[in-house]
Write a protein that binds this ligand. Sequence first.
Ligand code: MN
Length: 352
Amino acid sequence: MAGAILTQQFQSLVKAANRILVTSHISPDPDAVCSVLLMGRTLQANFPDKQIQMVLEENTSQDLSFLGGYSEIKFAPVFEAASDFKPDLVVIVDGNSLARVSRNKTDELSKLIHEHLKSKVAVIDHHPDDGSFQGDIYINEGKSSTAQQIYELCFEQLDFQKPEGYAKTALLGILRDTSRFKYDNPDYKNTFRIVSQLIEAGASIEQLEFRLNRFTKDELVVLAHLLENATDNGKGYTYSFIDDQFAKDWQSDVKPDMDLKAGCDIFTNQYLRNLDNNFWGFVVYPELLSEPISYSASFRSVSGGVDVSQIAAKLGGGGHKQAAGAKNIRAESILDAIATIEKTISLLGLIK
Ligand SMILES: [Mn+2]
């Protein structure tokens, strides 16, 4: 439970405000969009006299337009939206600072909010605290998702009235950020209690999963290529790769970059940790538009196993113990890129 004092402070900030802007990070994932909707619509339902604006600078690759209130989200640069709307309170969800909500105008936005408008800033997040929070209130109890944090804060602690469509929206945020409960979650009691309530309220895990788990034919072609190239060389990990010719053909066929990346993500998240007795590994692929050619790699491991963030760090990237990545890996060819990564793994003493 967020401390009672924080909860009351949040309520006071909301009550004192007249114009509230709710926003989230660039490259939003479904939890970011769901969190904007859950917070924005809840404030609208409980404070009909206040002006509430939901703004996102970018959209998700998934179609979330079936969620209640989606059409009210303004997709626009946050600096311009805030300049017009002049909020006296900004609520940032699923991210901890203004620097995360805009791609190109973070300095201008920060000046506008902190110095010019002197708006209050509230953050509701669940990511590990990196210390970059700037604002008036920071609520983050490391929940499964920001959607869960907002649910606990608004409906269990503050007893706000629930807006129409809330169950689907909250459940979707939780399902996505937990990968449908795939990962260990120390807060499982709260997560499953809330999920039970959301199902009671009419939301369906099955409906949401099949609605969102869609693949394009091109993504499946990429997946097939990675499945074909999946390699276990007896060192205790798995790797796969997009070869240079495949990437060249992809480009000359003018196929979407996004589908190549999405196909890699399917393999990385669903197969990389699952081959025979290997519980970790990497995927490497050419960066399509890079000149001279460079490569990106994603690393994954199972909780309690190898810390893959150290490999990514050695290659100039970063991330978490179980999921990390590196970009701009310079190499002559894909085989050279694989050799570079394997050498790094070997130097770190991670070969069994
Ligand atoms: Mn999230």
